[in-house]
Ligand binder design. Structure first.
Ligand code: ACO
Length: 313
């Protein structure tokens, strides 16, 4: 089975850094509450003139440069977002325009909440299997600060803006396993948009937490079962950065050392579909990723949805 190898990554975080203390200007909260309940210390918010697409374009440019490929060899470009600037143009088509990418390949966005990047990986692989081109560009980009209710302390301290991008190659020898799913309904996480009556994020935090700590280990076991690998064979677990306590809980439940689970939620908060590609880019930058390593990525979120993929660096 042909798998996906990541060739290059990029990220873009808005310059504006908002601390937990800064959030006290909006809601009755404290640095202590946010740190202990979530692990978040700061998040980035867009300024005037920045957009989901503009962050995505910058992350995509870096990923393409670092992958060192010719854009002519791209077979697809997929944007993953639940906070698109508009229904159209899409993030992906803006990337095509701004980076002058080849026209005759698919460009589109998909929305699977915080699982979007995982859905995007599997869709991208499917597109590459049908393409005569070897590479694809996948971008997770969010400006959740634009759909946040700054009077709801249960959500506004959680989310942040940012974008991450990867260039992947379809490769014969790379391992691959995936799992995607949904448990539909609008009562647990709701994100309004495009003129809806309630244009903000609403989240039942505890229900989402319980869902995550049950589904993430399930996804990991599912991916291991499909691939015949053991927990010890995985070099890095890169989970959606929603809450430090969720990641710690999963590592403990699996009996794995926490150091194998990359975490950066302290700096960015929950950037939804952008969180895993942002984490991958940081890991690459820090020299944590070595060629040939196996990565197990799992996302979960609005939908409710979940997704996991086994990839090669
Ligand atoms: N500051 C201070 N107090 C707060 C804050 C805050 N920012 N937010 C809530 N509280 C209070 C509540 O009012 C409540 O007070 P009460 O007991 O007097 O009523 C108390 O803290 C406990 O509230 P809970 O909501 O039960 O807090 P919890 O420990 O569950 O933490 C959190 C909330 C951090 C949101 C947690 O539930 C969580 O991380 N859930 C998972 C979120 C997630 O994974 N989302 C991913 C998907 S998102 C997507 O797809 C877009």
């Amino acid at each position: 089975m042909k798998g996906l190898k990541i060739l290059g990554t990029g990220r873009c975080l808005p310059d504006k850094v908002v601390t937990n203390d800064d959030m006290r200007a909006f809601v009755d909260t404290s640095d202590e509450w946010i740190r202990t309940r979530t692990g978040i210390q700061t998040r980035h918010f867009c300024a005037e003139g920045e957009s989901t697409a503009s962050l995505g374009v910058k992350a995509a440019r870096l990923a393409l440069e670092r992958a060192g490929i010719s854009p002519e060899d791209l077979g697809a470009c997929v944007g993953c977002t639940c906070s698109a600037d508009s229904a159209a143009p899409t993030v992906a088509s803006t990337i095509q325009r701004d980076l002058g990418l080849p026209k005759h390949i698919p460009y589109f966005d998909l929305n699977a909440g915080c699982s979007g990047f995982l859905y995007g990986l599997h869709v991208t692989r499917g597109l590459l299997l049908q393409s005569d081109k070897p590479y694809a560009l996948l971008v997770g980009a969010e400006t959740l600060s634009r759909v946040m209710n700054f009077q709801d302390r249960g959500t506004c301290v959680i989310f942040g803006d940012g974008a991450g991008a990867v260039v992947v190659k379809l490769e014969e020898e790379a391992p691959y396993a995936y799992t995607l799913g949904a448990e539909g309904g609008d009562d647990v996480i709701y994100i309004g948009g495009y003129g809806s009556k309630e244009p903000y994020i609403h989240m039942e935090g505890q229900k989402t937490f319980r869902f995550a700590v049950e589904m993430v280990p399930w996804c990991i076991h599912e991916l291991l079962g499909q691939s015949g690998l053991k927990l010890e064979d995985i070099d890095w677990f890169v989970l959606h950065q929603a809450n430090k306590r969720i990641i710690d809980h999963v590592a403990k439940k699996l009996g794995m050392p926490g150091e194998r689970f990359y975490q950066n939620i302290a700096h960015y908060g929950n950037t939804s579909a952008a969180s895993i590609p942002i984490a991958l880019d940081e890991m690459a930058e820090q020299g944590l990723l070595k060629r040939g390593q196996k990565l197990l990525c799992v996302g979960f979120g609005a939908g409710l949805t979940w997704g996991g993929a086994l990839l090669e660096w």
